[in-house]
Every structure is written in structure tokens, then in C-alpha cells.
Design a protein around this ligand. Structure first.
Ligand SMILES: *[C@@H]1O[C@H](CO)[C@@H](O)[C@H](O)[C@H]1NC(C)=O
Ligand SMILES: *[C@@H]1O[C@H](CO)[C@@H](O)[C@H](O)[C@H]1NC(C)=O
Length: 711
């Protein structure tokens, strides 16, 4: 295949215009692209002086034919010859003129229109513009008519090593942990070279370290920086300055170079244990210091930083482990000793603690170096403080019987001054807690006495506060609560639990329970109440009623016979004696009123009073006469009233029942008194149909209306 191509080139050779290129730098170049010439049919050909045969040989490898080369940065006294245009077209008698157009034609590149020599008239910079596209044409000198179509070619600016490597991102910073093994990668840097990377070695860089040895090394090609010493210690030197050089021309002499700096900082690892600044600490503390107060600080220094320097503090031994605690202050990296339990100078005057500081974040790589902890001794001296009196008990509970005699001793409180000086104490009662001045206290011995009589039923507890004051220092005061419980004494007799009223049916049967009553007692015996009921001695053989005690401490009253009749006797009074079980027992007599009532067949009470017109049996003769006199007087008034009305021709009709009743009542008020109005049964007057008259719910009036001698 390549042989064939060569043959084709030879066949087509003669009609082509050949461009001779004379420049020495182009000797290595292959300036013609044979295939393109063939395809475009361009009559122009680029060639080199005396190199025709070689070009033909090289054309087999597909070299570009329509290129010229010119060295950049050339600055000779004369413009540099880039190349020459030439055509072997037979011009006959005509003179040929070469014309150049395109990038930089006339300004950078000048053509000798007779010889076809192209010169660069300006200094070229490849890094500014690497190639120029130009068009060449051969025209008739006279007529300027083109002798063939224009042909395009390229002038390439050839690189020289005119650019030094540059570190565009420098200066650099990098970190690497201290104590790293040799060869640990730190970072890598990159330099750039503006020269042609594909042509020559102008951009072939090699890196080296100018400063920073023997700590760091750099790989010449990759620029990877590594540690060159093992176990570099941050605590010894933390920061290193490394100067790196990049050199082109593969590092050979004559190459250009650039440098940068790299600052390497060693980062901390926990390779140092904490160490107490002192092996012995002394603190003193007053015995009355408030719990939780900081007593002192201990600090273990750690050469590491950050969390690697963090230590936790502990009390690991000593005679004060129960009284003191230590907390770690992460901020200050010290330990604060605080009081946990109250101190007492009089009991123990000094304590010794063994405290430990231990690193929190241990690096297992260094744990073989020994324990990452340290201990120190702390001595704490307790100082005496003037303390207030101390009562023998935090609270007192005293008991006293409610009938205790005045000035009798109820109990005693004691207190002492805990200080060595031991001041005497005076006692007093906080009067805000004993407003009634129920109690007194002996200021010297703390004996509490009764000042005014007690009543458990009024107040069961007297909770007072006793104050103890040191005589030598009145500001040293303590207070203690004293609860005084008043104990029960049987000083209250039992009585009916409520005001009972019993109703007895006229048609009742013998043995029937009329009423059940219970008793109550204000006292509070230990074993609860047990009541005894009895009839008065003279009533023990009462023919009408009997009593029966129930299991539940209540009492039933029973009728002994039947045939009670309210016409005969409306009300019975039954006195009942109730005793409690106190020692000695107390008793009282309560009277039960039993009213005889008319009842339905099934025992429902219907009416409990005699009819209104039946005068109370018990009224005295004088009272009867008085009532009769009243009635007569009433009649006289009525007659007078009627007469007057007639005189005025007014009808004798009393329409308003109310008026009559009011008159009667008012009249009656003057006689038998307010309660007696009931006896006249107003209800009957007001409502003539109300035959039942007085009903049980009018109890109060009924009781009030009956005088004892009526029974
Ligand atoms: C008094 O103190 C006792 C015992 O602490 C308590 O049970 C009682 O409720 C207190 N009484 C009063 C009125 O505070
Ligand atoms: C018993 O009842 C009768 C008549 O009902 C009466 O006369 C007598 O006084 C009553 N006795 C007692 C002790 O109440």
C-alpha cells in the first residue's frame, strides 16, 4: 500500500508547483501533505531545499505537506526566512508574481513576490499564537490574472523553552498526623509549564525539594510529598516549611525552574499522658460551707491538645471519699473538688484524698507507653466555724392530756452549741406559732409547760416552733418544730345524735319499735365508743314503753301495749340515760318525745293532733276564762261592726276569709301568746275541709306548744 502511494505521487509530480523550504529548523519537519495536494488538486506544493527525495519517502507515512515552521522568539538582525513558494508551471514569456494573504500576511509574514521567499518580520510567540493560516497564489505579473487556484497552507510557530514551570496554586498548606510512619503521604503539588507539552522537553517537569529535608521527600514525577522521617513529634515541632522546585527539560541543566512553598502542620495524636502539676495539693474549708461548694481545683497538664488533652478526674482513695467529690471541667481541663456531705470540725479536722486524672480519648497505638493517667494527693483541712445550736432531735412530738394541770411540764427540748467554746443556750417559743400563748418554755432547760387549759375537742394539735439561741452570740439561732398532740380525756357525756321525735300509731301493736335512736360523744376514746342506755330508775317499770339496745350501739324504743289514744294522752316524754365507756364514765339524760298519731291500716302516720275544737286538757281554769272573755269580746266587736255597716247600708258579707283569720290571730296574740295560735288551728279556719289539721311536719310548733304539765 505505501509503495503504491509513492508511485502515484511520482506520476503526479511534474505538473505541481513545488514550494522549497530552506530553513534549517525545518530539516526535521515534513512540510507537505501529499494526499491533500492530490485531493485538492492544488498546483502549489510545499517543499524543502534538497529534500525532495526524503519528503517523498516520508510521504509514505502521511506527513502533512502544506505546513511551514518558524521558530518562536527568534530575534536575529535580519527577518527570518520561513520558506519559499515556487511553481514549476511553465510561465512561458510571462513573469510570475507570488501573492500571500491570510493570518498576518503583510504584517507578520512578508513575501518576496518575485522569488516567493516568505520572511517573518516580527518576533513570534508560540504561547501567544501557535499557528497561522495563509493562502498563496501565483498570478501573471502583468495582468495579475491567477495562473492557478489559490492554495492554503499553515505556518506553525515552533516551541522553544521560553516558559518556566509555575505553581499556580501555591503556596500550599497540608497537615499530617504526628507520629506517622515513614513515607506517609502528605499532599501533592502541581506545576504547569506553558511550553509545548508534546514537542521536546520544554514542558517535561521534574520535582525536587530545596528545603524541608530530611523531614519530607517528593516523588520527582508525581510531586507526591511524603514524610521522610518516622515519628515526627508535634510537641517538639509543629510546623515545617518545605520549598519545592519544579524544573523543565526533564530536570536537565539549562532547564527553567519554578518554586513554591508548602507549610506542613503536624496534627495532634494522643501520645502524651496527663501529668499533675503538683503531686500534693493543700486546701482548707470552713466546716459550715454549703454543700456543693467548690473547695479547690487540681489540674493535670497534657502536652497534647484538644480532646487528646482531655482528662477525667476521680477520687480513687482516701478517708474523705464519702464527703467529697471531684468533677471534671472540660473547659479548663481541671478537676473541681466539691463538698458532698456536711463537715464537722469537732468530729474530724482533716481529710486526705487520692485523685486521679485519666485521658478520656486513648490512642491504642500508644497505650503500650504506659497508663495515660496520673495521681496526686489532696489534703483538706477543716476549719472551725461558729455554728448555731443543735437540737437533740430534728423534730419533737409531745403528748399531753387535755385535762393536764396548768404549769405542768409537757415535755422538754434540748440543744447544745457544737463549737468547742460551747456557749450556753436559751430557749424561747416562736410566738407566731403559739398565738394563744398556750405554752411556756423554761429558757434555761427547755421544759415546755402548759399556760392555758387545753381542749382536745377544740384543737387536737398545737404545732409550735422552739428557738434556741446561743447566749454568747445571739446571731447563732436554731429552730425546731414541736408538735404537741392533745390526748383525749373523757370529759364529754354522750347525748342523742340528733333531736329525735317519735310517732306512735294508735292502732300499733305491742312490742312494735317506735323509734331507733343513736348517741354521740365528742370525746375520742382509743377503742371507740360503747354506749349504755337505760331508763331513769323511777321509770324502769314504765308500763307504756321499753328499750332494747342494738348491736350497732343504737337503741330501739318499743311500745309495750296497744290501745294508745291521742284523745286520752297526746304526747309521752321518755327520758333516756346514755353513758359512755370512759373511766370514769360520763352520762346524760336525753328525753324522747313520743307523739300519738292516727295512722292508716298499714301504719302510715296521718294525723297527730286532737281536733282544733278540743281544748287542751291541761289548760287552767284561768286560761279558759280568759279565752271565753276573748270570745265574748270578739262577738261584741263583730256585732258592733255589723251594726255600723248596716248603718252605712252596706251588705253584711265578709268576703275575705283572710280578714277574719287575721283578726282572730291578732286577738289571740293578746291572750295565749304566739305559740297558742297553733292550738286554734289556723289551717282549719283557712281551709274548713282540712280535717286532718296538724300534720307531723309542723314539729317545732307542736313541741313548743305543749307545756310539760299538759302530759
Ligand atoms: C401538727 O403536726 C402533726 C405531726 O407532724 C401533724 O400530723 C398535724 O397535722 C399538724 N397539725 C397542724 C394543725 O398543723
Ligand atoms: C302510761 O300511760 C298511761 C295512759 O296512757 C298514763 O296514765 C301513765 O302515766 C303512763 N305512764 C308512764 C310512766 O308514762
Amino acid at each position: 500500500m505505501p509503495e503504491r502511494l509513492a508511485e502515484m505521487l511520482l506520476d503526479l509530480w511534474t505538473p505541481l508547483i513545488i514550494l522549497w523550504i530552506t530553513l534549517p529548523p525545518c530539516i526535521f519537519m515534513a512540510p507537505m501533505n501529499h494526499s491533500q495536494v492530490l485531493m485538492s488538486g492544488s498546483p502549489l506544493e510545499l517543499n524543502r531545499l534538497g529534500e525532495e527525495q526524503r519528503i517523498l519517502n516520508r510521504s509514505k507515512r502521511g506527513w502533512v505537506w502544506n505546513q511551514m515552521f518558524v521558530l518562536e522568539e527568534f530575534s536575529g538582525p535580519e527577518p527570518i526566512l520561513v520558506g519559499r513558494l515556487h511553481t514549476d508551471l511553465d510561465p512561458g514569456s510571462k513573469k510570475i508574481k507570488y501573492i500571500l494573504s491570510g493570518d498576518g500576511a503583510g504584517t507578520i509574514f512578508q513575501i518576496n513576490d518575485v522569488t516567493g521567499d516568505i520572511h517573518a518580520i516580527k518576533r513570534l510567540d508560540r504561547e501567544e499564537k501557535a499557528e497561522y493560516t495563509l493562502t498563496a497564489q501565483a498570478v501573471d505579473w502583468e495582468t495579475s490574472k491567477p495562473l492557478e487556484p489559490p492554495s492554503e497552507f499553515i505556518i506553525k510557530v515552533q516551541d522553544i523553552n521560553d516558559n518556566a514551570p509555575e505553581f499556580l496554586n501555591g503556596p500550599y498548606h497540608a497537615t499530617v498526623p504526628e507520629m506517622s510512619i515513614l513515607g506517609t503521604s502528605v499532599t501533592n503539588v502541581t506545576a504547569t509549564d506553558a511550553d509545548d507539552p508534546v514537542y521536546g522537553n520544554s514542558a517535561k517537569l521534574v520535582y525536587s525539594i530545596l528545603e524541608g529535608q530530611p523531614y519530607f521527600s517528593i516523588e520527582p514525577e508525581t510531586a507526591i510529598i511524603k514524610t521522610a522521617l518516622p515519628n515526627m513529634d508535634r510537641e517538639a515541632k509543629e510546623e515545617y516549611l518545605v520549598v519545592i522546585q519544579a524544573k523543565d527539560m526533564g530536570g536537565h541543566s539549562g532547564g527553567l525552574s519554578g518554586t513554591t512553598t508548602l507549610t506542613v502542620t503536624l496534627t495532634d495524636v494522643n501520645d502524651n499522658p496527663p501529668k499533675f502539676a503538683q503531686s500534693l495539693y493543700h486546701f482548707s474549708v470552713p466546716e459550715d460551707v454549703v454543700l456543693g461548694t467548690a473547695i479547690g481545683r487540681v489540674k493535670a497538664n497534657d502536652q497534647d491538645i484538644g480532646e487528646n488533652a482531655q482528662s477525667s478526674y476521680d477520687i480513687i482513695d482516701g478517708d474523705g471519699t464519702a464527703l467529697f467529690e471531684i468533677t471534671s471541667d472540660a473547659q479548663a481541663q481541671d478537676g473541681i473538688i466539691r463538698l458532698r456531705k456536711p463537715l464537722d470540725f469537732e468530729t474530724k479536722k482533716s481529710y486526705t484524698l487520692k485523685v486521679e486524672a485519666a485521658n478520656v480519648h486513648i490512642d491504642p497505638r500508644f497505650s503500650s507507653r504506659g497508663p495515660f493517667k496520673d495521681t496526686a494527693t489532696v489534703k483538706i483541712v477543716v476549719e472551725d466555724a461558729d455554728e448555731p445550736p443543735v437540737f437533740s432531735s430534728p423534730t419533737y412530738l409531745l403528748e399531753v392530756h387535755e385535762n393536764a394541770a396548768l404549769n405542768s411540764v409537757i415535755g422538754q427540748v434540748t440543744a447544745r452549741d457544737p463549737d468547742i467554746t460551747s456557749s450556753p443556750i436559751r430557749f424561747s417559743i416562736d410566738r407566731h406559732t403559739d398565738l394563744e400563748r398556750q405554752f411556756n418554755i423554761n429558757a434555761d432547760d427547755g421544759k415546755i409547760t402548759l399556760a392555758t387549759p387545753l381542749d382536745r375537742e377544740l384543737s387536737m394539735w398545737h404545732n409550735i416552733t422552739i428557738i434556741a439561741t446561743e447566749i454568747r452570740n445571739h446571731s447563732q439561732i436554731s429552730r425546731v418544730p414541736v408538735a404537741i398532740k392533745v390526748l383525749d380525756v373523757n370529759d364529754n357525756a354522750p347525748e342523742f345524735a340528733s333531736e329525735y321525735e317519735a310517732f306512735l300509731c294508735e292502732n300499733g301493736k305491742p312490742g312494735q319499735v317506735i323509734q331507733t335512736v343513736s348517741a354521740m360523744d365528742k370525746d375520742d376514746p382509743k377503742n371507740g365508743h360503747y354506749f349504755l342506755y337505760s331508763l331513769l330508775p323511777e321509770m324502769v317499770n314504765n308500763p307504756n314503753f321499753t328499750i332494747k339496745k342494738n348491736e350497732d350501739n343504737s337503741l330501739s324504743i318499743l311500745a309495750k301495749h296497744n290501745g294508745f289514744n291521742r284523745q286520752k294522752q297526746e304526747v309521752y316524754l321518755l327520758p333516756i340515760v346514755i353513758s359512755d365507756s370512759g373511766n370514769p364514765p360520763l352520762s346524760s339524760t336525753s328525753t324522747l318525745t313520743i307523739r300519738v298519731c292516727g295512722c292508716s291500716n298499714d301504719g302510715v302516720v296521718q294525723s297527730c293532733n286532737v281536733e282544733a275544737y278540743v281544748l287542751p286538757i291541761g289548760l287552767s281554769m284561768g286560761a279558759l276564762i280568759a279565752i271565753l272573755a276573748c270570745i265574748i269580746l270578739l262577738l261584741v266587736i263583730v256585732v258592733l261592726f255589723v251594726t255600723l255597716r248596716r248603718h252605712k247600708n252596706e251588705p253584711l258579707i265578709i268576703k275575705d276569709d283572710e280578714d277574719v283569720r287575721e283578726n282572730i290571730i291578732r286577738y289571740d296574740d293578746e291572750g295565749g301568746g304566739e305559740e297558742d295560735t297553733e292550738a286554734f288551728d289556723i289551717a282549719t279556719l283557712q281551709n274548713p275541709d282540712g280535717i286532718n289539721g296538724f300534720l307531723p311536719h309542723h314539729r317545732r310548733g307542736l313541741l313548743g306548744g305543749i307545756s310539760p304539765d299538759a302530759v
